[in-house]
Write a new protein. Structure first.
Length: 481
């Protein structure tokens, strides 16, 4: 028997020969259709003929691949001429498949490649049996299974579910956290760090707030701080990779916001191309920064950060993309945590025409991505219009003021709320006091803390950067510091 799994379990994993053949058939068909209508999907995905298992489809795709590599037209007639069988190609090209989006075809190809890797695992297990019989050295086994462990099928036996099967691994994690070997992702606000158990741990955080309360800038500031990670002496530590999915902001907006955080200028002055930028740290004083100098000072340092930005689409972003992008992040950065920000939930789309269902689906996919990839996932949500006054502290008389009382009263303030609260590990609500001047006071309510207790942290926001007032303490529910 294979030392790592049972061959019979592996055999059951490949129960879908027809499913695999259908997947391959659809991929080849839509790539052929895409090239026919001028969609360069083959250029984008570089699928190799060796990745196709079905012999008939492999012959067709090999011809498509050769034509494409030669810079020739990849159309049904040319492919039929090359393989000498027009009927086979015509049957494929009239199979009823429509040309999907680039994201959909990439997911299908990723799925095919995953199946290929699982087949490699099964083949390796069979080969390992013969190696055991001849008492092969350990180095041969290590070479055989190199890079394949993540594709090992799960053991479905009841024994594999027993507590003893994973107890040691989890207690080892606790030990690493005790001795500091495994730490949370740092935040730029020490009191908020303490409120969240030391910083951002792997898991799902949902950030809710009114329009203009600073949700996006709070997330960008946290992400930039982690990607620029420094110790207390200002020396570089392990920088935390960041994937920011911005469905509402563009690349220019992201760069201006980052430059604003690294300088003393308002990001909006950079965005509008103002050469002379007033100081944020000394408002009202005639202190001016030169925008060109800001760019020249910080451009090179920004380019070195492990910061990735997916602009997305305001017409809707499929949350299925979240897992695909997280997998790419883990390949690029195989060790340690990373941050994923989805900004914001109300712009996701999905199979349902109901926004609430699509948002709930995105929330659970965010939590699944956090668990599978060891990431800290932050989902940003706007709030319903009827909750604006509550979050600004202006609704009703005799209400408990912002920054006091039980912060859990702010659970359910997100727009199309429901599943996002159930799925998340931390629910943070930005309660910004209404004022016409900057900086303004913002109360951060940790309304849900799965592994702790709710609490408050007071912040000051100047439109570009959040700060913690030095004299303020964290307030827990009940008023205890």
């Amino acid at each position: 028997m294979c030392p790592s799994c049972r061959i019979c379990d592996l055999e059951s994993e490949s129960e879908g020969d027809m499913d695999r053949q259908e997947l391959e058939r659809e991929i080849v068909a839509v790539l052929l259709h895409g090239e026919t209508v001028g969609d360069a999907t083959m250029s984008a995905h570089d699928l190799k003929p060796s990745e196709i298992q079905d012999s008939g489809l492999k012959t067709i795709y090999q011809a498509m691949y050769d034509l494409h590599r030669a810079g020739k037209s990849v159309a049904a007639f040319e492919v039929g001429e090359l393989i000498g069988d027009h009927r086979k190609v015509d049957d494929l090209s009239t199979s009823g498949y429509s040309v999907p989006s680039a994201e959909i075809i990439e997911r299908r190809i990723d799925k095919l490649r995953e199946l290929n890797q699982r087949d490699r695992w099964a083949s390796a297990c069979r080969q390992a049996e013969t190696m055991l019989a001849r008492e092969a050295p350990l180095a041969e086994f290590q070479e055989l299974f190199a890079g394949l462990d993540r594709y090992r099928p799960a053991d479905r036996r009841l024994e594999s579910l027993h507590l003893a099967g994973f107890l040691n691994a989890q207690t080892d994690t606790i030990a690493r956290r005790i001795d500091g070997t495994e730490e949370p992702i740092p935040l730029p606000w020490p009191k908020v760090e303490k409120l969240m158990g030391g910083g951002l741990w792997p898991g799902l955080t949902v950030l809710v707030g009114n329009t203009g309360s600073g949700k996006t800038q709070l997330a960008i500031q946290a992400a930039h701080y982690a990607a620029s990670n420094k110790d207390k002496d200002g020396k570089d530590k392990d920088r935390v990779p960041v994937l920011y999915i911005g469905l509402e902001i563009d690349r220019l907006g992201m760069v201006c916001r980052l430059l604003g955080l690294r300088s003393d200028a308002y990001w909006s002055d950079l965005y509008f191309g103002h050469l002379e930028c007033p100081s944020r740290s000394a408002p009202g004083i005639d202190l001016i920064h030169n925008a060109t100098e800001i760019i020249n000072t910080h451009r090179e340092a920004l380019a070195e950060l492990p910061f990735y930005f997916e602009p997305g689409s305001m017409l809707g972003w499929d949350p299925l993309e979240l897992d695909r992008l997280c997998r790419k992040m883990r390949v690029k950065h195989p060790a340690g945590p990373f941050i994923v920000v989805l900004d914001f939930l109300q712009l996701v789309r999905g199979e349902s025409d109901q926004l609430r269902e699509n948002i709930g689906r995105a929330a659970y996919m965010g939590r699944a991505a956090a668990r599978e990839h060891g990431a800290s996932v932050i989902l940003i949500s706007s709030t319903a219009r009827e909750n604006y006054g509550t979050l600004a502290g202006t609704k009703g008389k005799g209400d408990v003021p912002l920054g006091g009382g039980n912060p859990s009263r702010f659970v359910g303030m997100g727009k199309e709320s429901g599943e996002i609260e159930f799925a998340c590990d931390w629910l943070l609500t930005l309660c910004a006091e209404e004022t016409e001047t900057m900086p303004r006071t913002v109360h951060l309510a940790a309304a849900k803390v799965r592994a702790g207790r709710p609490g408050w942290a007071k912040l000051s926001f100047d439109g570009t950067e959040f700060h913690e007032p030095k004299a303020d303490k964290i307030v827990g529910f009940g008023g205890e510091p």
